[in-house]
Design a binder for this molecule. Structure first.
Ligand code: PLP
Length: 423
C-alpha cells in the first residue's frame, strides 16, 4: 500500500498543526492517511487508496458520504444564501421535527456542536434548579469543555479531578462522577450531596468508551431516582439520537429525559448541536429567561437544510431496518471468526453501532479499561492495510451507514478474519 503523499503531508502538518491534526482522535501513528474524496461507504486518500469507512465522520453520516438528497438540499440552500443573522422558516421546520421525534422535547435551541449543546444543557439545568453540582458518568464524553473534562476513575466520584491541563480545579469541583450501570452508586452520591445536585448528564448508551449497553432496567431506575430527588436528567444523545432509533435511545428504551442534547446526525454532516426539553425548563433560556446563550451561527440555514433533508430521508425510508440487517450480518460474521479462532474477544453491538472489545464485554468504563487496547491498535493497522477503516481506538464506536452494501459487509467480515488471524 502506497502512502507516500500522506506521509509527506503529515511531515508538513507537524509544523502547522499541534500533533499534525485538527482533533486528537485523528492522529494515527506513524501518520494518518489524507482523504481527498468520499462517496457512499468509502473514503479515498491522496495516494489513491480506497477504504470502507466505519468511522463515518465519528457518527454523523448515517446516510453515508455524499448522499445525493442531502447534497441537493445543500446546493439549493446555497442558491439562497448561507447566513442571514435573522430568524428563518427552516428553524421552525427543524424545531417541529425534533419535537415530533422526541416525546420529551417541546422547545429547542440550535447551537453549532455537541459540545456547545451539553455546555448549554448544564447551564440550563443549573439555572432552572438553582443548584450547582452536576453528576456525570465515568468515561462518559460530552465534548471538550471545562465542566465535563473530568477524569474517570473511582477517586473522582466525590471530587472532580481535571484530566486536562488548563482546567482549574475550581471549575470542576462541582462535577461529580458515578460508574455506568450502577444505580446504588448514583443514589449514594445524590444523598451525599443532598439538595445541591442540579442534574445527571449521561449518554443513555455509552458510545465513547467503546460501546457499552445499559443493563436491563438501568435507565428506568436512573429515571426514577433522578425524578424522586429533583435531579434533572440530561440524556446526551449526540451519538444515539437518530441512530439507535429515529427518536434516539430514549424512544428505543422507553425512558425519557428532562433535557436532551443532539448533534452529529441531526446536522446531516455539517456542524450542529441542539439542546431541547419541556417548555417549562427551556423557557429559562435567554431572551425569554435568565440563562444566557447566544451564537452567530446558531440555526445556520445551510446546516438546517442538510439536517432537515437527513431527518426527512430517515422518516421516509426504512433506513433503520436496513441498518439493523447489515449490523446482524456483520455481527454474525465477526462472532463466527471470534469463535473459529477461539479468541477471548467480545463484540458489543446495537443496530448500526458496534465495537469489538479485546477483552470481556464491559459494563462500565473501569471494565472497558481492562481491554487490550494496544492489540486493538495492531488490529486497526492490519485492517487499514486491507482497506477497512475502523476508528483508531478501542474506545470509539464503529458505525454502519445506509450506503454500506452487502459487498462491503462481506469484504469486512473476510478482512476481520484475516487480520485477527494474523495478530
Ligand atoms: C461527539 C459527542 C459530543 C461532542 O460533539 P461535538 O460536535 O464533537 O462537539 C458530545 N456528546 C457525545 C455523546 C458525543 O458523542
Amino acid at each position: 500500500m502506497n502512502m507516500e503523499k500522506s506521509e509527506k503531508l503529515y511531515r508538513k502538518a507537524r509544523n502547522l498543526l499541534p500533533g499534525g491534526v485538527s482533533s486528537p482522535v485523528r492522529a494515527i501513528k506513524p501518520y494518518p492517511f489524507y482523504t481527498v474524496r468520499a462517496e457512499g461507504s468509502k473514503l479515498y486518500d491522496v495516494d489513491g487508496n480506497e477504504y470502507i469507512d466505519y468511522c463515518m465522520g465519528y457518527g454523523p453520516l448515517i446516510l453515508g458520504h455524499r448522499n445525493p438528497t442531502i447534497q441537493q438540499a445543500i446546493a439549493e440552500q446555497m442558491e439562497k444564501g448561507w447566513l442571514y443573522g435573522t430568524p428563518t422558516p427552516s428553524e421552525l421546520d427543524m424545531a417541529q421535527m425534533i419535537a415530533d421525534a422526541f416525546e420529551s422535547i417541546e422547545m429547542v435551541r440550535f447551537v453549532n456542536s455537541g459540545s456547545e449543546a451539553t455546555m448549554s444543557a448544564l447551564r440550563i439545568a443549573r439555572g432552572f434548579t438553582g443548584k450547582e453540582k452536576v453528576i456525570k458518568i465515568e468515561g462518559g464524553f460530552h465534548g471538550a469543555h471545562d465542566a465535563v473534562l473530568v477524569k474517570a476513575g473511582s477517586g473522582a466520584t466525590t471530587h472532580g479531578v481535571p484530566n486536562s491541563m488548563g482546567v482549574p480545579v475550581d471549575f470542576v469541583k462541582n462535577t461529580l462522577q458515578v460508574p455506568y450501570n450502577d444505580v446504588e452508586a448514583l443514589i449514594e452520591l445524590i444523598e451525599k450531596n443532598r439538595d445541591n445536585v442540579a442534574c445527571l448528564i449521561m449518554e443513555p448508551v455509552m458510545g465513547n468508551s467503546g460501546l457499552i449497553l445499559p443493563k436491563d432496567g438501568y435507565l428506568k431506575e436512573v429515571r426514577r431516582v433522578t425524578e424522586e430527588n429533583d435531579v434533572l436528567l440530561i440524556f446526551d444523545e449526540v451519538i444515539t439520537g437518530f441512530r439507535v432509533s429515529y427518536g434516539g435511545a430514549q424512544d428505543y428504551y422507553g425512558v425519557h429525559s428532562d433535557l436532551t442534547t443532539l448533534g452529529k446526525i441531526a446536522g446531516g454532516g455539517l456542524p450542529f448541536g441542539i439542546v431541547g426539553g419541556k417548555e417549562e425548563i427551556m423557557e429559562h433560556l435567554s431572551p425569554s429567561g435568565k440563562v444566557y446563550q447566544a451564537g452567530t451561527f446558531n440555526g445556520n440555514p445551510l446546516v438546517l437544510a442538510a439536517g432537515l433533508a437527513t431527518l426527512r430521508f430517515l422518516r421516509n425510508n426504512d433506513v433503520y431496518g436496513y441498518l439493523e440487517q447489515c449490523g446482524k450480518e456483520l455481527n454474525k460474521g465477526i462472532n463466527d471468526t471470534i469463535h473459529d479462532l477461539k479468541l477471548e474477544y467480545n463484540l458489543s453491538s446495537l443496530g448500526s453501532m458496534f465495537c469489538l472489545f479485546f477483552g470481556e464485554t464491559p459494563g462500565n468504563y473501569e471494565e472497558a479499561l481492562q481491554c487490550d487496547k494496544d492489540r486493538f491498535l495492531q488490529f486497526f493497522y492490519e485492517l487499514l492495510k486491507e482497506g477497512i477503516f475502523f476508528p483508531p481506538s478501542q474506545y470509539e464506536t464503529c458505525f454502519i451507514s445506509y450506503a454500506h452494501e452487502t459487498e462491503d459487509i462481506q469484504k469486512t467480515i473476510e478482512a476481520v478474519h484475516v487480520c485477527l488471524k494474523r495478530l
